[in-house]
Design a protein around this ligand. Structure first.
Ligand code: ADP
Ligand code: MG
Length: 725
């Protein structure tokens, strides 16, 4: 099938689609199945000798080094458990810098000398793997002669059994490093940054009287937005299939302007999908919680409960894979692209984060006593300083070709990184700032350690959806990450810049204590200094307003619009010093991340440009030519019959058709340009030559979509894809 027939058949198929017969109706209560397929603490406690169990828990909770004998015992128990669950294979799962999840499967069976096979799984097989991983991005960290990468078990993220109709697999979360120990993945730096942040946060807690504080970790609750489209349409759109977004498509007459989708009733078919996914997520121990419609038609959101950042990051990746698989079962495709439909709301992945431990809870919750409040304000001040000093790194942590379509597009936070504190906290910091000028002002000025904060509601009503970094009562929400990306990258940056701020603050306060100064006064002074120096990053207003970029510039805040503006932030001297100081990345690793960022950017746009050319030349152009021919024949026939035809209609097609041809010509020649061999040259060419050429083709094609007879149009329209679910 070709041309318009594909689209028309897709429409018929969608209309005739019968959803799977209530496969999602499940009889088990969530509590019954939750964690069923996870090798979690409960399972370990049951199956491991007491001493082994204790030793593993010490590793999981306090990062103690793992004893190889313990690894053998754990491996053996894990294998038995997995075999009972029907696993035939095991896989080291890792997160390479493609942003995807990678796994290498091995059979449990190992041949023995008599020619039979035995189920084997030793400690060393659990703790280390050696995938032939030479084709994963490494940004110059590996030459082909040392192309091997190693995977190593991350005991802090539990193993699980992944079910599949063709056999189950025991999945072991791992880090992925080069032979020289340099990070090739998202997990390694996250674990390193977590450690650095925890160490300095604990110093602060000690200052506030927690003599032996529990390990401080960062928690992350990611909100995932996504689109669902019927798979018949998806398969009829080569652009969606290959690039994850539509490279063509006129805005529908009815879009999202009625806001009637947001939190509306969930379509039955989608509800079936949601129930099915939640069931699978529960089995994997992923605490899926809220679900609702999002702003755009066909757009939805899921927010699992927050967990320790490392676990949340792994779960988030698993969630995306699960969604993709289950959507197919329901005849749909799940789109995680940040901007699948131009002109329609895009998708983000809001990273809610807090720091804390089971003893103090979230450090971003104001307390009941002045002392607790002082501690709360110190942690908030650490965030303000971190975000102000390292806004560029935060921006770089969410930079990608796909997220560029969203950031700054007046529906997602702008590319300018600022903090929203909410009226009350803003007011508190305002008073603290005043305190610096006239400390004797008394009335209206807060004296830290004396005054109690006004009661701050944990869920303040004054949400600001236009802010990239917002205080939301008990946590901060980083709203700029893209829907497709791993949360590990942004969390690594947040942990590292927080480590720096907490280290700085702890240094000052520890010195004050050592010098015998009054602690409350020292805290007061510190808060005043920080808000005076870094208050420019606090912005409570409308981030979409035209006045904001101008105001932001006056405040000295960067506006890094595109990925290519943001990525160089990774290789500035201060950035490299920062990451090296906290042992998160060395200079080589930073350079490799920068290079990979450029490569991925150029690759993404390169694929899109070739797709635009192909679809434009082989689907859209022929459809428009056919319509032009029909109209020309009509004009000629009418003329022969002595009737006045409609030459204007013909001209209306011919104009944009000529534009389309010209656009395709320019795109073709841009694709043939000689480009220097560096990643930067390729990326710049993608931004400066390919993107504009693609846009010109699209503009002409979208005009044609509104003109060409509907029965000739080859691609499913926005209308069809967004409203037929
Ligand atoms: P909203 O739509 O109001 O932003 P959601 O319920 O959609 O809220 O999502 C909020 C996310 O924030 C959830 O993943 C939730 O678990 C998470 N969250 C709540 N409290 C914390 C916390 N202290 N630290 C980190 N994440 C949190
Ligand atoms: Mg939300």
């Amino acid at each position: 099938m070709s041309g318009n027939r594909v689209r028309l058949q897709a429409i018929r198929d969608v209309e005739a689609y019968v959803p799977p017969s209530a496969s999602f109706i499940n009889t088990e209560a969530p509590g019954q199945i939750f964690g069923e397929n996870v090798f979690n603490k409960v399972v370990m406690q049951k199956r491991l000798p007491k001493s082994v169990y204790k030793s593993v828990i010490a590793t999981i909770e306090h990062g103690a080094k793992l004893d190889p004998l313990v690894a053998d015992a754990v491996a053996s128990a894990m294998k038995d458990w997995a075999l009972e669950k029907g696993a035939t294979h095991y896989a080291h799962v890792f997160y390479p810098l493609t942003g995807l999840t990678a796994e290498k499967h091995d059979s449990f069976l190992e041949p023995v000398s008599d020619g039979s096979a035995l189920a084997e799984f030793a400690g060393k097989t659990l703790t280390q793997g050696e995938p032939d991983a030479s084709s994963f991005p490494n940004g110059g960290l590996r030459n082909t002669f040392e192309a091997r990468g190693y995977t190593a078990w991350d005991p802090t993220s539990p193993a699980y059994v992944l079910e599949n109709p063709n056999g189950n697999t025991l999945c072991i979360p791992t880090v992925f490093v080069s032979m020289t120990g340099e990070a090739l993945d998202h997990k390694t730096p996250l674990l390193r940054s977590q450690q650095a942040m925890g160490e300095h946060a604990e110093r602060i807690l000690k200052l506030f009287g927690h003599t032996d504080p529990e390990h401080v970790v960062s928690y992350c609750g990611p909100e995932q937005e996504y689109f669902l489209v019927d798979r018949h349409f998806f398969l009829a759109r080569p652009d969606l299939l290959n690039a994850g977004r539509t490279l063509f498509g006129a805005k529908p007459p009815k879009g999202q302007e009625f806001d009637d989708h947001y939190f509306g009733a969930i379509p039955e078919r989608v509800l079936g999908f949601m129930m099915d996914t939640e069931r699978e997520l529960f089995k994997l121990g992923i605490p899926a919680k809220t679900r609702h419609n999002e702003v755009a038609p066909g757009q939805f959101e899921i927010a699992p409960m927050f967990e320790k950042a490392n676990l949340a990051a792994d779960h988030q990746q698993l969630l995306m894979t699960t969604f993709k698989t289950i959507a197919k079962k329901h005849g749909m495709e799940c789109l995680f692209h940040e901007k699948p439909f131009a002109g329609v709301n895009g998708s983000g992945k809001h990273v809610n984060f807090s720091l804390g431990n089971s003893e103090v809870g979230s450090v971003f919750v104001p307390g009941d006593t002045p002392h607790e409040n002082a501690q709360f304000l110190v942690f908030c001040a650490a965030v303000i300083r971190a975000v102000h000093l390292y806004a560029g790194l935060l921006r770089a942590s969410v930079a990608s070709a796909t997220n560029d379509h969203r950031l700054g597009a007046n529906e997602a936070p702008p590319a300018i990184i600022s903090i929203f504190l909410g009226d009350q906290l803003q007011d508190v910091f305002g008073q603290i700032a005043n305190g610096a000028a006239t400390s004797s002002k008394g009335k209206g000025t807060m004296i830290i350690g004396v005054d109690t904060l006004p009661i701050l509601p944990t869920d303040p009503g004054d949400r600001n959806r236009t802010s990239p970094f917002a205080f939301t009562g008990n946590r901060f929400e980083f709203r700029a990450p893209g829907s497709m990306q791993s949360v590990a990258g942004p969390m690594t940056t947040i942990n590292t810049i927080m480590a720096d701020s907490l280290d700085y603050i702890a240094g000052i306060l520890e010195k004050a204590v050592a010098d015998g100064e009054d602690f409350d006064k020292a805290v007061q002074q510190l808060l005043t200094d920080i808000i005076t120096e870094h208050g420019a990053v606090v912005f409570n207003g409308d981030g979409y307003a035209d006045a904001w970029p101008i105001e932001a510039e006056k405040r000295g805040l960067a506006n890094l619009k595109t990925t290519l503006d943001a990525l160089p932030e990774l290789i500035t001297e201060p950035a490299m010093e920062l990451f090296e100081k906290y042992k998160v990345f060395n200079h080589r690793e930073m350079h490799s991340r920068y290079e990979i960022g450029l490569e991925q950017y150029a690759l993404t746009i390169g694929v899109e440009a070739r797709l635009t050319l192909e679809v434009g030349a082989t689907s859209i152009l022929p459809a428009a030519v056919r319509y032009q021919t029909e109209l020309a024949a009509n004009v000629a026939a009418l003329k022969a019959a002595g009737v006045e035809g409609d030459p204007d209609a013909l001209a209306a097609v011919s104009g944009p058709l000529a534009e389309l041809k010209a656009g395709l010509g320019s795109l073709k020649s841009a694709l043939a340009d000689e480009v220097g061999h560096s990643a930067l040259a390729e990326a710049e060419h993608a931004r400066d030559a390919l993107l504009p050429a693609m846009l010109a083709v699209r503009a002409a094609a979208d005009k044609l979509e509104d003109i060409v007879a509907d029965d000739l149009w080859p691609l499913p329209t926005y209308q069809e894809m967004l409203f037929m679910l």
